[in-house]
Design a protein around this ligand. Structure first.
Ligand SMILES: O=C(O)CCC(=O)C(=O)O
Ligand SMILES: [Fe+2]
Length: 455
């Protein structure tokens, strides 16, 4: 198999961009961000340009050094003139073979007939709903092929782009064949994570002539699209394969195929990554900020909202080394500086009515806890705050904001916006007229403690 000849980026339509002009995710519906409350150096307007010497300038510098990369890689693989990509399918005594390098229409029609209607996962069930996904599929038990994307250099390329390292730490497993005839499509969805090591998906589109079937990816307000139909033949008409690999938390869609056959194979990508394989951080920006005594003069926390979704519902048990992209860069920067970074769960005014009352509905105040509220055991509580006090939760508020009247609170500077994407739901025992269960919601974020020991 030939090696990839390009991995150009496809059409990119940024719905929102940050002030550096990059495609970094910025404040979204699921984030809140107040960089306007840092008052000690007078830099209060988040839209203004801050000198690199100002405290706000240093915070901006750190934020922009945390690169949230394009969450997918895409390109084409040339197919040699004598190369065949044989795919066998069918039953004993009724087996067929199709060469996916140069499939004829007749063979594509036969393959289409052998496919089943494609189902998809909804509420932990496999459902058939042709208003959501109309396509043919063939499970692995019904076909086989010698084609292996890692031999074609794809594994290395995906690692370099999505893991940003040169070591072999990802693995791929062939998952399915999909065939989209005229009128077929798959509406926006995220792929079901297959275990804790789930990293993403690789889709390969083979050179079966078709029109339509654009592949659209969206993440944090940005949108990209790959028009494989126009890429499966080069300018001389030679066939090639189009590949698209993306992180598991990227929403994607196959637009309607208007003619021909769109044939894809998909692979699940798994990670076994260790910390040394993760992206290199700009630890100097973090060092400069931490060294600035104007930052949190009374001590407090630097906080970072998580920008990626994680397959584990309980991030407590996931090591920091399982984080991705820009989230992983924060951890690497801290490790390079010997600074501890911790994941905490935040419970705010929107987590529970008790907290809304306690925090006077303020959106910048949270109970911060190293543990999720323990649902399974323990005594019943009069209210959520007692519960959190028991777990040594501390109250944080945005730096420079009004202290709370009834609770000691610690100042926090958010470097990247708080997000609601890794939300946990816990039930606990509460006292009412009768003992009953109650529900509280929390979100994970990353924190660096800033100590200011007074001499
Ligand atoms: O066939 C494709 O292009 C993508 C299919 C897909 O998204 C899936 O099977 O989850
Ligand atoms: Fe998918």
């Amino acid at each position: 198999m030939s090696t990839p000849d390009d991995h150009s980026y496809s059409t990119h339509r940024s719905k929102r961009t940050d002030d550096t002009g990059s495609a970094a995710p910025v404040s979204d519906d699921d984030t809140r961000f107040r960089s306007d409350i840092l008052m000690d150096d007078g830099a209060s307007d988040p839209g203004s340009v801050h000198s690199s010497d100002s405290l706000q300038g240093k915070i901006d510098m750190l934020r922009s050094s945390i690169v949230y990369r394009i969450p997918y890689v895409h390109g084409t693989l040339p197919i040699g003139p004598n190369e065949e990509i044989k795919l066998f399918y069918g039953e004993q005594d009724n087996a067929h073979c199709i060469d996916l390098a140069r499939p004829t229409e007749e063979r594509l029609n036969r393959l289409e007939e052998a496919c089943q209607p494609a189902t998809f996962g909804r509420d932990q069930k496999d459902v058939l709903d042709e208003t959501y996904r109309k396509a043919g599929k063939m499970d692995l038990s019904h076909f086989s092929t010698h084609f292996d994307p890692s031999h074609a250099g794809i594994l290395k390329l995906v690692q370099d782009e999505l893991l940003q390292n040169g070591h072999d730490k990802l693995t791929m497993e062939l998952y399915k064949l999909n065939l989209y005839g005229k009128g077929s499509f798959f509406k926006p969805h995220k792929d079901t994570p297959r275990g804790d090591k789930s990293f993403g998906t690789l889709v390969m589109v083979f050179p079966a002539p078709h029109e339509g079937g654009r592949f659209v990816l969206t993440k944090a307000g940005d949108e990209w699209s790959v028009d494989a139909a126009s890429e499966i033949f080069d300018s001389d008409g030679a066939p090639r394969i189009v590949y698209i690999a993306f992180y598991g938390d990227v929403m994607h869609e196959v637009c309607e195929v208007t003619s021909g056959h769109r044939v894809t194979l998909t692979w699940n990508i798994y990670t076994d990554c260790e910390d040394e394989t993760l992206p290199l951080p700009r630890e100097d920006a973090l060092a400069a900020l931490l060294a600035d005594e104007r930052l949190l003069p009374e001590g407090g926390y630097l906080a970072f909202g998580l920008r990626y979704d994680y397959p584990l519902s309980d991030l407590t048990y996931m090591s920091n080394h399982g984080l991705k992209g820009g989230d992983a860069m924060i951890v690497r920067a801290c490790e390079a500086l010997g600074v501890q970074v911790s994941k905490y769960v935040l419970y705010g005014a929107d987590s529970h009515d008790d907290l809304e009352r306690m925090f006077a509905a303020r959106k910048d105040v949270y109970f911060m806890s190293s543990k999720r509220i323990d649902t399974s055991s323990g005594p019943a509580w009069n209210d959520v705050s007692e519960h959190l006090d028991y777990h040594s939760g501390i109250v944080i508020r945005d730096a420079g904001s009004e202290p709370l009247a009834d609770h000691h609170s610690v100042e926090t500077v958010w470097v990247t916006p708080y997000t609601y994407r890794n939300r946990v739901k816990d039930t606990f025992m509460a006292y009412g007229n009768e003992a009953c269960t109650d529900t509280v919601y929390g979100n994970f974020a990353l924190f660096i403690k800033v100590d200011r020991k007074k001499s």
